[in-house]
Design a protein around this ligand. Structure first.
Ligand code: ASP
Length: 341
């Protein structure tokens, strides 16, 4: 991990913000300025990203670290551990007032949610990203970065959990999802909407996060992760994938079900068999918004299934991994975690 500071000028009372870079399109580069689809993600270093935005030095004192240089489709559990531990270490000192993480958009919502549950500080943690590479005409990364640092430097962001600043909006890590392959307003919080907005140095929250997060959770980041996989239900789904996962020894399976987390009868029987072999099964929905009701589309009580509340399958997997790692067993304890967070 390389560290650097973007400005050495004495800056009085400006907040001290750590910018942790992990790669992504915000650090992407293409051969041509008009190219926004064929490019290499994660190749522009954090110092170059910061140098492209001199205005940052009027908002905060920046401490920069290159934690990784990846396309976030390749995010790994070991890197999650490294990143969460680094965020916690930085925030535990009096030298840092907030953290900004630059990330690829593909798995940003998963990393943000993981940190929302495992960061042990009320100081702001803000993720941001870009839909267009740094080399593109109208690249969205520089303004997203300015806005993320602005939010992290704002007292209003304290105690709000992990946030995502994107396209002038501030989202909660719990609710935000990527909803478009290329649109610059790709990040939305379906059903509940954004928490607020950031524009021209002004930060405004219009609602706050109700469910417990950060220091109020029972989760800590560990070095090992229980194996949890995701399967989808669809017309003609069979039991093949579920049986293969159980044979491979997974600890949990999240189902991206149809509608209210409903599951094809063949797959559902395989999942019921999986529970009887000690595998945790969580029903979520592939629909993209809304919550899954217990016993509404499957006899959860009879089969020992858990429902994901309003978490999408990818976020449900993160919570299931953390709950299993924390020693949660049985559908009652696991359902409590999904109903709490
Ligand atoms: N594949 C890129 C990534 O997630 C996409 C992006 O950042 O927009 O790293």
């Amino acid at each position: 991990m390389n560290t650097s500071t973007s400005s050495s000028a004495p800056q009085g009372a400006l907040p001290r913000i750590a910018v942790l870079a992990t790669g992504g399109t915000i650090a992407g580069s293409a051969a041509d300025v008009t190219n926004t689809a064929g490019y290499q993600a994660g190749v522009v270093g954090v110092d170059q990203l910061l140098a492209a935005v001199p205005a940052l030095s009027t908002i905060a004192q920046i401490h920069a670290e290159q934690v990784a240089s990846i396309d976030s489709k390749d995010m790994a559990l070991a890197l999650w551990t490294t990143l969460a531990q680094r965020v916690n270490a930085l925030l535990s000192t009096d030298d840092i007032d907030g953290v900004v993480i630059t990330h690829g958009t593909d798995t940003l919502e998963e990393t943000a949610w993981l940190l929302h549950l495992t960061v042990k500080s009320a100081k702001p943690v803000v993720l941001t990203a870009a839909m267009r590479p740094a080399s593109a005409l109208s690249a969205d990364g520089p303004l997203n970065l300015v806005n993320a640092v602005t939010v992290a430097a704002s007292p209003a962001a304290h105690g709000q959990g992990v946030l995502v600043a994107f396209n002038n909006r501030i989202h909660s890590a719990r609710d935000v999802v990527k909803t478009s392959t290329f649109a610059v307003d790709a990040f939305q919080s379906p059903e509940v909407g954004a928490l607020g907005w950031v524009q021209d140095g002004r930060v405004e929250f219009q609602r706050s996060v109700v469910r417990p997060h950060t220091a109020a959770t029972e989760f800590v980041i560990g070095a090992t992760w229980p194996d949890v996989e995701i399967v989808a239900s669809y017309a003609g789904a069979s039991r093949v994938a579920v049986d293969a996962l159980v044979a491979a020894g997974v600890r949990g399976i999240v189902v991206a079900g149809t509608g209210n987390g409903s599951i094809h009868a063949s797959m559902q029987q395989a999942l019921a068999d999986a529970v009887s072999q000690g595998v945790a099964v969580v029903r979520s929905s592939r629909v993209g918004s809304g919550h899954v009701m217990r016993n509404g589309a499957a006899p959860d009580d009879a089969f020992g299934f858990v429902t994901a509340n309003s978490l999408n399958p990818y976020k449900a997997r993160v919570l299931l991994m953390l709950a299993l790692a924390a020693g949660g067993t049985g559908s009652v304890a696991l359902q409590r975690a999904f109903d709490t967070y």
